[in-house]
Structures are given as structure tokens and as C-alpha cells.
Design a protein around this ligand. Structure first.
Ligand code: ZN
Ligand code: ZN
Length: 355
């Protein structure tokens, strides 16, 4: 089978045709209906994170099963059959190593991260900015109904699931308790919307007016009151100033969940340990998510999230260029920041059906 996929190599992104072997036992092939460009794709292409040669890009997507192992099932135990609409996690985990046993499957000793692997590493089609992605047996998958649109579901495997992991780290909600989210990128926006669904009073801070407006359309407030301390602060901006501000905005006994900073060495912050100790603060780091978080995120998208205009966070679909062509428009749009996510529709436009 031949797959068209966006591949980053030596400073440029091009659509390459990858030759795939026969699908192996346990694997599931998914025709990508829509994919989205995440901030970490931009980090890879911008050189901010190390990337193997011929990195196959993209890890957010929604698609349709084109071929599946007869025994393949989703997280709910439903068999996966050709024609099923699915979303899927961005990692494959072994399920048996010490980290998987401790509930850290996203940090599995033999993890494969979709969107961050070289084309030489099996199963080769490891990116969603492609007409087909091949899922290993260790990838959490969920069937999704047809009524939920591509733009509504496209971030299920990264931004939404990470936001769900932030909620897991935040702990149970007290109705009406205030929460502050710093940074209204995709993770921050989904976090704010999910925290509000829990009944919290959510404030969002972001210096960009467009992002504040997008957050307000999700029903959260951006007029953060001066001097209010928060029992929960979510750091989703990724900046050193954001992290320091998060600590400063937490009330005594409060909790800071940090999910924004992911590039090692890019962010430093001065910290007085006595501040952490005497104010009895709890700081939790969240990077990626568990299968349970992924399911929590999808349940939210299909539950309370269905009543929100999440499509407004996502651009109209952009085609994936033909094989051999550069993928410029997509990344230029993503860098431009007019939308929290730029959506690519690989199977529908430009790309041929896999043969
Ligand atoms: Zn991502
Ligand atoms: Zn493992």
C-alpha cells in the first residue's frame, strides 16, 4: 500500500509517498478524514525539538477505519471494522513495562509517538498529516458517532486529551470554585471549557485579543479580577513568566497544574522554595495523557462539549498537497495564528485513495 504523508526532512516539509508492507497482526489502518497541526508540529519544523530524519508529521486526527485486525477493539471493547469512524491517541504503549504498570503509559519504555517518528520506523505511516495512518495494537482508539463533525473531533488525540489530563491532575471540583487558566491556545481553551463544564467559575488570561475572544465564546471570563487567589491555576502558556504568574496566583493550599512548557531548556524560572513550602502549594506537571484521560476527553466532546462551538477554534479544511510538493500553506497558516488549529483534509482533497 502506498501512503501520501507530510514528511519533515532537512528543514523542509514535503508530501512523500511511503510504501507500506501488508498490515501486520493487531494493526489498524485509518483513512484520515481530517488532521490538525499542533504546536509541537511547529516546534519540530522550527527546530525547537529534536526530530529524526524524515519525521512523519501530525498526531491529531479523525478518520475512518480502512482495514483492521479482526480482533481489534476500541477502549470500550467495541470491535473495529472497516467503515468505523474513529479518533485515536498519539502514542503506542506496551502495557507491560514498569511505567505502563504505574499508569504512565504515555512515558512507556518503548513508546512510539505518532507525529514524531522517522519514516524508517515501523509501522512507517505514523503521522496524521497523511491520507492514511497505521495504528499499532498499543494505540488507544475510540469509535465516534457520525453526528460529531471533523472540526469538533479533530483535536481529540492531543489538545482535548491533554486538557482532560489536566482535569485529572486538578482533582475533583467544588461547584463555583474559581479556576484560572493562563494561556488560551488549544490546550488552555479546551481546559477552560472543560473546567467550566465541571461547574467551576473559570477565568482565562491571554495577551492576544483573538484568543481571549475565542475563550469568551466558550463561556469563560477573561476579566481576571485583581488580587483574587485561585485554588486551581492551570499554566498552559508555556512561558517562564506564565509559570511564575501561576505560582503567584494560587491561594494558600492551592494547586498549580503546569502543561504548557514542553521544550527542555527553553524556559527557566526563579523560584523561592520557601514560597512553595510556606503556602503549601502543590505543583503537578502534565505531559500527554493516559488512555483514561483520552476517553474522558472524548466523552466530554460527545457530552457537554457538543453544545459548544468548538468548530470555531479550527480553520476551514486545507488540502494536503500532492506527492512531491512542499507543505507550505498549511504551516504558514498555523504560524499565522488566526485559528487555534489549522485543519487539513488529506483524503478529501488532493490526495488519492490509498491503493
Ligand atoms: Zn500535540
Ligand atoms: Zn510500556
Amino acid at each position: 500500500m502506498r501512503v501520501s504523508a507530510a514528511v519533515f526532512d532537512r528543514g523542509a516539509v514535503r508530501v512523500e509517498e511511503l510504501d507500506l508492507p501488508e498490515r501486520a497482526a493487531g494493526q489498524v489502518d485509518v483513512r484520515v478524514d481530517a488532521a490538525a497541526v499542533c504546536g509541537s508540529d511547529l516546534h519540530t519544523v522550527g527546530g525547537a525539538r529534536p526530530a529524526p530524519p524524515r519525521t512523519v508529521l501530525g498526531h491529531e486526527g479523525v478518520g475512518t477505519v480502512s482495514d483492521a485486525d479482526p480482533g481489534a477493539r476500541d477502549l470500550r471493547g467495541t470491535p473495529l471494522r472497516p467503515g468505523d469512524r474513529v479518533v485515536f491517541a498519539l502514542y503506542s504503549a506496551c502495557g507491560t513495562c514498569d511505567r505502563c504498570a504505574r499508569g504512565l503509559e504515555m512515558k512507556c519504555r518503548s513508546v512510539l509517538k505518532y507525529g514524531h517518528e522517522g519514516a524508517a520506523r515501523p509501522p512507517h505511516a505514523t503521522g496524521t498529516l497523511a491520507d492514511t495512518v497505521r495504528l499499532l495494537p498499543g494505540v488507544p482508539v475510540l469509535r465516534v458517532p457520525g453526528w460529531a463533525g471533523d472540526a469538533h473531533l479533530v483535536s481529540a488525540g492531543c489538545a482535548v486529551a491533554t486538557a482532560a489530563a489536566v482535569l485529572s491532575a486538578a482533582g475533583p471540583a467544588e461547584p463555583g470554585a474559581p479556576a484560572l487558566v493562563l494561556g488560551a491556545g488549544a490546550v488552555g481553551a479546551y481546559c477552560a471549557a472543560m473546567l467550566r463544564s465541571e461547574g467551576r467559575q473559570v477565568y482565562v488570561h491571554d495577551p492576544a485579543p483573538g484568543r481571549r475572544a475565542a475563550a469568551e465564546r466558550l463561556g469563560v471570563r477573561t476579566d481576571v479580577p485583581d488580587g483574587l487567589d485561585f485554588p486551581l491555576v492551570v499554566e498552559a502558556s508555556g512561558s517562564a513568566a506564565g509559570f511564575a504568574a501561576a505560582l503567584g496566583a494560587a491561594e494558600t493550599g492551592g494547586r498549580v497544574v503546569a502543561a504548557g512548557a514542553v521544550s527542555p531548556g527553553a524556559t527557566e524560572v526563579r523560584l523561592d522554595p520557601a514560597d512553595l513550602v510556606t503556602r503549601r502549594l502543590t505543583v503537578a506537571g502534565v505531559h500527554n495523557y493516559t488512555a483514561r484521560d483520552f476517553q474522558r476527553g472524548v466523552d466530554w466532546l460527545l457530552g457537554p462539549g457538543q453544545f459548544l462551538d468548538l468548530e470555531a477554534l479550527v480553520s476551514p479544511p486545507v488540502p494536503l498537497p500532492a506527492p512531491g510538493e512542499a507543505v507550505e500553506e498549511v504551516f504558514a497558516l498555523a504560524r499565522g495564528g488566526a485559528h487555534l488549529r489549522v485543519m487539513v483534509a488529506p483524503s478529501r482533497a488532493g490526495a488519492r485513495s490509498p491503493v
